[in-house]
Ligand binder design. Structure first.
Ligand SMILES: [Zn+2]
Length: 320
C-alpha cells in the first residue's frame, strides 16, 4: 500500500513553471529556493542526530522537496543526500542510495553512487586481502599456538562479517546504478571482480549493451573454468586416496567436494536470472543447460550482438 502510494506520488511529481533547467544548469525559482533553505535548516537537526532513524527522516524530508519541481532538481539537495552515502550506519547509507533515484538531480546522483561504488570496492579489496593474510598465518610454517590461533580465527570471522556487509551494500548500489543508462556505469562494473556471487553480472545484463553482455559472457567463462578446475582437482584427489579407508577418503575429499558444490550452486543461482534478463531484452534464447556451455554463450553473443545497443544514451541532464 505504502509502496503503491509512493509510486503514484512519484508519477505525479510536478514540474514548476518558474524553475528551469538548461543543460546541466538548474535554476530553482525563488519560492522553491526559499522552501529549500527552510527545510535545510529544519532538517539540519535530524540530519546530525545520533539516532539513525532520525537521520533517515531528515533525508526523506529533504528528498520530498524535489517532487514539487521535478523539471529542476536541485544540485545542492542531491549533494546533501549523497553525503549520507558514507554515513556510519549502513541503514542510513542504504536509504540515501535509494533516495538518489528519480526525481533527484540525476547527474549528481549518478556521480555520487559511482563514487560510493568505487570506495566500497576499495574497502572490500582491503578486507579480502586482510582475510587472506589471516588464513595464511593460521596455516603458516610457524604454526601459531592455541591462544594465537583463537585470536586469528576471531579476526578472520570479523573480516567475514565485514565482507558480507560490504557485498550487501554493493548490491544496493548496483541496484540503484542500473537505473542510469550510462557507459560510465558499465565501465565501473566491468572494472571490478565479477564472480557470480558479487551480483555485477545481473547489473550488466540489465544495462544490456554489447560491452555489458560481453562482460557477462566472460564471467560465465571464468565460472565454467573454475568449476572445471575444482572438478579435476577432486578427480585427481579421488585417484590419490582410493586405497584409503572411507573415513580418511571423506576427510581428504571434503574440501574439494564442498568447493565443487559451491561453484555449481553459484551457477544455479545466477545463470537462470541472466537468461531471464536476456529474454526481457528480447534477445534470442540463451543456452539451456547451465554447465559447460561457455562456447554456446559465445555463439549466442555473436548471434545477438546486432540486437544489443552499442552504447547507452548517457546521463547528461539532471532531469530524469
Ligand atoms: Zn519552482
Amino acid at each position: 500500500m505504502l509502496a503503491a502510494l509512493f509510486l503514484t506520488w512519484f508519477q505525479v511529481g510536478e514540474p514548476c513553471a518558474a524553475c528551469s533547467t538548461a543543460g546541466k544548469e538548474v535554476r530553482v525559482c525563488a519560492p522553491h529556493a526559499e522552501e529549500e533553505r527552510k527545510v535545510f535548516a529544519s532538517a539540519g537537526r535530524s540530519l546530525s542526530s545520533r539516532d539513525s532513524a532520525e537521520r533517515i527522516a531528515g533525508l526523506e524530508e529533504l528528498a520530498r522537496l524535489t517532487f514539487t519541481h521535478v523539471n529542476a532538481p536541485s544540485k545542492r539537495l542531491a549533494e546533501r543526500l549523497a553525503s549520507a552515502l558514507d554515513d556510519d550506519s549502513l541503514k542510513v547509507r542504504k536509504r540515501a542510495a535509494e533516495l538518489l533515484g528519480p526525481p533527484q538531480n540525476a547527474v549528481v546522483a549518478m556521480g555520487a553512487l559511482l563514487g560510493a561504488f568505487k570506495a566500497s570496492e576499495g574497502e572490500r579489496d582491503k578486507v579480502q586481502k586482510r582475510q587472506q593474510r589471516l588464513v595464511e598465518r593460521q596455516r603458516g610454517p610457524q604454526s601459531p599456538d592455541g591462544k594465537k590461533l583463537k585470536e586469528l580465527k576471531l579476526e578472520e570471522g570479523e573480516c567475514a562479517r565485514q565482507l558480507e556487509a560490504l557485498v550487501g551494500w554493493r548490491s544496493v548500489l548496483l541496484g540503484q546504478l542500473v537505473r542510469f543508462p550510462d557507459e560510465r556505469v558499465v565501465d565501473a562494473i566491468l572494472k571490478e571482480p565479477r564472480g557470480f556471487d558479487f551480483g555485477g553480472n545481473e547489473a550488466l545484463a540489465q544495462l544490456g549493451t554489447q560491452r555489458a553482455w560481453t562482460g557477462v559472457v566472460a564471467s560465465i567463462g571464468a565460472w565454467e573454468q573454475e568449476l572445471i578446475g575444482w572438478e579435476s582437482m577432486l578427480r585427481n584427489m579421488e585417484g590419490a586416496v582410493s586405497g584409503y579407508s572411507k573415513d580418511l577418503q571423506d576427510a581428504f575429499l571434503g574440501v574439494f567436494r564442498e568447493q565443487v558444490e559451491k561453484v555449481r550452486a553459484a551457477g544455479a543461482a545466477h545463470l537462470p536470472e541472466l537468461a531471464r534478463l536476456a529474454r526481457e531484452h528480447q534477445l534470442g534464447p540463451t543456452p539451456e543447460r547451465n554447465e559447460r556451455r561457455h562456447e554456446e554463450w559465445e555463439r549466442w553473443l555473436a548471434n545477438n550482438r546486432a540486437a544489443m545497443l552499442e552504447k547507452l544514451p548517457g546521463v547528461n541532464s539532471p532531469v530524469w
